[in-house]
Design a protein around this ligand. Structure first.
Ligand SMILES: Nc1ncnc2c1ncn2[C@@H]1O[C@H](COP(=O)(O)OP(=O)(O)O)[C@@H](O)[C@H]1O
Ligand SMILES: [Mg+2]
Length: 391
């Protein structure tokens, strides 16, 4: 059993910066606070797999290290199984951590690297041996137990690092970008192995990555972070189909969601926008949300995912000129110039019709307004998030 509760967990680093000062003047020290994590609150359920996702520097590792006890919590509370952990030493938290750079002991064999973690705790040599061999079996590294880390490939080393964590049979498994040093093919393979692994070990997972595919495929829930703050917490499909903000909407999804600045304006029957010269009536949900505001012109960002754009060579509502087409094998990604705005559409190869996707050809396209997202141009918030817009 291990639930993890974070309540307003905050980390502020104070770094010294020298300012001013020339050759003959003394440098002045100026303290600068970096809020690495701000008011992180979440309840992680027993055996849940939670992924912290966000761009580099957004506070993912700091959050993980605070759960691990490797970093002090400046404000807020951390509970594991309802026991306050703020002042509990890392070794007493029953957590194991896997790092991006593996952090193996180079002079020790694979066996010893794995056994090292439990020898102190388990005096019985046979029991240590059994546990190491069991973990090695799960990870497919039984043949390499006598080797040194340098005699292994990157993927094998990462398995050893994971093995070292699972022999300890921890309540909480923390992983910080464990796959990011592997090449693309191995990363895909290890990703599916992690999915199998989590079913075999009885732990609650908190997993850090900047890779949206890892987050979407591994996570029961995903926490999207930006600048130390939680932007949204939800199941992968919720984050994809109902993003709370423009940031989340454009961070998740590949190719990225198209974003077009528009203004909504009021007419007697509701709200309208003008998009590439066409006047479109917004649906009832949008209109009722917008009508709560007093402005007659409301600047918005319209978002439409590339996979929701339908291409054709005539009849579509809008017209664009093909800039480039990328063939990825199972899909075609078409970049179009539409009145000076770049619009990207994705068409599955199997749905491909007799359309000329080549550069400079003119394509028509359309999309349903029910697949569109509207974000406030100033706050970036999804105007119908939480209101129920049928998404
Ligand atoms: N030891 C430290 N001292 C000062 N600032 C730090 C330290 N560690 C991290 N930071 C800063 O805290 C922020 C969050 O860092 P981090 O948690 O490592 O981000 P991520 O893992 O998402 O890339 C960054 O701005 C980073 O520069
Ligand atoms: Mg990090």
């Amino acid at each position: 059993m291990a639930s993890i509760t974070l309540k307003n967990v905050t980390k502020v680093y104070t770094s010294s910066q020298s300012v001013g000062g020339g050759l003959f003047r003394k440098n002045k020290e100026k303290k600068k606070d970096v809020v690495a994590v701000k008011d992180f609150s979440m309840e992680i359920k027993d055996k849940e797999f939670v992924v912290l996702l966000g761009p580099s520097g957004c506070g993912k590792s700091t959050t993980l290290r605070m759960i691990a006890g490797l970093e002090e919590i400046d404000r807020g509370e951390l509970y594991i199984d309802d026991v306050l952990m703020n002042d509990t030493e890392s070794k007493d938290r029953d957590v194991a951590m896997v790092f991006q750079n593996y952090a193996l002991y180079p002079h020790m064999s694979v066996f010893d690297n794995m056994a090292f973690a439990i020898r102190k705790r388990i005096p019985d040599k046979k029991e240590v041996d059994r546990k190491v061999r069991e973990a090695a079996g799960i990870l497919g590294i039984s043949e390499y137990l006598d080797r040194k880390p340098r005699e292994l490939s990157g993927g094998q080393r990462q398995r050893v690092a994971i093995g070292r964590a699972i022999v300890r049979n921890p309540k909480v498994m923390l992983m910080d970008e464990p796959l990011s040093n592997l090449d693309a093919k191995l990363r895909n393979q290890m990703r599916s192995e992690l999915l199998k692994l989590r079913k075999r070990i009885d732990a609650t997972f908190v997993y850090v990555t900047h890779d949206q595919t890892e987050a979407m495929t591994l996570g029961d829930r995903v926490v999207v972070m930006k600048d130390g703050e939680v932007m949204q917490i939800g199941k992968p499909d919720e984050i994809y189909s109902n993003p709370a903000s423009l940031f989340v909407a454009t961070f998740i999804g590949n190719p990225q969601m198209n974003v077009i600045p528009v203004s909504a304006y009021r007419k007697s029957e509701g709200f309208y926008i003008n998009l590439f010269g066409k006047e479109l009536a917004l649906g009832v949900e949008y209109s009722s949300t917008l009508s709560k505001r007093n402005e007659s012109f409301i600047p918005l960002m319209l978002g439409i995912r590339p996979e929701y754009i339908t291409l054709d060579d005539g009849g579509g509502l809008f017209e664009g000129e093909v800039m480039i087409s990328e063939h990825t094998g199972n899909s075609i990604i078409v970049h179009m110039n539409v009145d000076g705005t770049e619009i990207v559409a994705l068409e599955e190869e199997r749905n491909r019709r007799e359309i000329n996707y080549t550069q400079d050809s003119i394509l028509h396209f359309s999309f349903s307004l029910s697949d569109v997202y509207l974000f406030d141009a100033v706050s970036g918030l999804n105007i119908t998030y939480g209101v129920g817009n049928g998404q």
